[in-house]
Design a protein around this ligand. Structure first.
Ligand SMILES: Cc1ncc(COP(=O)(O)O)c(C=O)c1O
Length: 397
């Protein structure tokens, strides 16, 4: 009954673990979640009010398939204001979240058998989206020593005449690492040798950068504008995950192809969310700055604590709200009931079931040495999580 396409893909691993954590919590078990992929803050009031106004004014019919013209205009202005990148409103397509924008951009460009280079650890959906488009994900393993960032040499080795695209994510989910302008320029130099390769640049965490400014590959190499698709959205920076609003901004031919697919699959995102997005784009950035400062305080706390734990290696992430410590020294150990921990999935399940902390195993992101800890949680919870983590890890033998 089920298509080969559907059989080919795996369900989202991160959603699976959070579902189990939620189930345990419903059963009354005390669970601290370090697995969340969403800010624990409320959407800022001026954004909520814009949505309320849209509802009360009766502004809730369909919008154009590509989104409200004034929101596309506002995103174009924001790209110039915040990113110094010039992309016209008719090259922007609003969607029900960055996830949809990446999926449709891949569907719009990747043919059967085309290779798409994905540095690992990667955001869980990239390889599955490429497979759904009948492309071939080419996973490139990066290394802890380089904060899991792709090097020019690794990129050069992965590219060939079958490569259709590369997916970059900065700041990164799951590692929180950010590429510097220099690093992006070095990658761009390699891409110059392959003029037909498309660059998907996922910048959904751009407003959560702690040290210096967010850098896009288009800041490092503006000449790549004709083959770069920026993916972004409102979920992370504005704490708007459930509003489902994202966008792609890129070459007009790709935007038009994405719009065509979207017109047959989903049409435009919720009109009310788009009005909220307009307020986010054009309104005060104070709440965004405050959320970033709260994340910074938590990052500093968590990294310090993790570094003090025996057996853990951890670099300081410069963005997003994740740390991705190397926990490989615990693999091969046993729990006090004699169960072998051979993978990070075993480790995450053990921490969840026996110590009440939800994490996401690196296996889900294609990196078997790490686990992802999200600090989108209160300081009190983080302190308790650190205690539980210490207990859990130190009792492995
Ligand atoms: C790297 C990355 N890209 C895209 C998304 C999807 O975001 P959205 O909520 O806008 O669909 C996420 C969400 O977890 C993410 O971490």
């Amino acid at each position: 009954m089920i298509s080969n396409r559907a059989k080919l893909i795996s369900p989202s691993e991160t959603l699976k673990i959070s579902a189990r954590a939620k189930q345990l919590a419903r059963e009354g078990v005390s669970i601290i979640s370090l697995s969340a992929g969403e800010p624990d803050f409320k959407t800022p009031p001026h954004i909520c009010n814009a949505a309320i106004e849209a509802i009360t004014a009766g502004f809730h019919g369909y919008t154009m398939n590509t989104g409200l013209p004034e929101l596309r205009e506002a995103i174009s202005t924001k790209l110039l204001r915040d990113n110094r990148i010039k992309i016209a409103p008719d090259q922007i397509v609003l969607s029900n979240g960055a996830k949809q924008s990446i999926g449709f951009s891949i569907l719009a460009t990747v043919n059967k058998g085309d290779e798409v280079v994905i540095p690992a650890p990667y955001w869980v959906s990239y390889p599955e989206m490429v497979k759904m488009a009948e492309g071939t994900p080419v996973i490139v393993k990066t290394h802890f020593e380089n904060d899991y960032k792709l090097t020019p040499g690794q990129l050069d080795a992965a590219l060939n005449e079958k490569t259709k695209a590369i997916i970059l994510c900065t700041p990164s989910n799951p590692t929180g690492a950010c590429y510097s302008r220099r690093e992006l320029k070095d990658l761009a130099d390699v891409l110059d040798k392959y003029p037909d390769v498309i660059i998907f640049s996922d910048e959904i965490y751009e407003y959560i950068v702690f040290d210096g400014e967010h850098e896009s590959i288009l800041n490092a190499a503006p000449h790549l504008i004709d083959r770069t698709v920026i993916i972004n959205g409102f979920s992370k920076g504005f704490a708007m995950t459930g509003w489902r609003l994202g966008y792609m901004a890129g070459p007009k031919v790709i935007a038009d192809a994405v719009a065509k697919i979207q017109s047959q699959e989903t049409s435009a995102p919720s009109t009310i969310s788009q009005k909220a997005g307009l307020a986010a784009c054009t309104g005060t950035m104070k709440p965004v700055d405050e959320m970033r400062e709260a994340f910074r305080e938590r990052r500093d706390f968590l990294v310090k604590e993790l570094r003090a734990m025996k057996g853990i290696k951890c670099f300081t992430p410069q963005g997003a709200f994740y740390v991705f410590p190397d926990v490989s020294s615990f693999l091969g150990k046993k729990t006090d009931t004699g169960e072998l921990i051979s993978t990070t999935t075993d480790l995450s399940l053990y921490l969840l079931e026996q110590h009440g902390i939800a994490t996401v195993p690196g296996d889900a992101f294609g990196e078997p040495s790490g686990i992802r800890l999200s600090y989108a949680n209160s300081m009190d919870d983080l302190k308790e999580a650190v205690n539980r983590l210490k207990d859990g890890l130190s009792s492995l033998m």
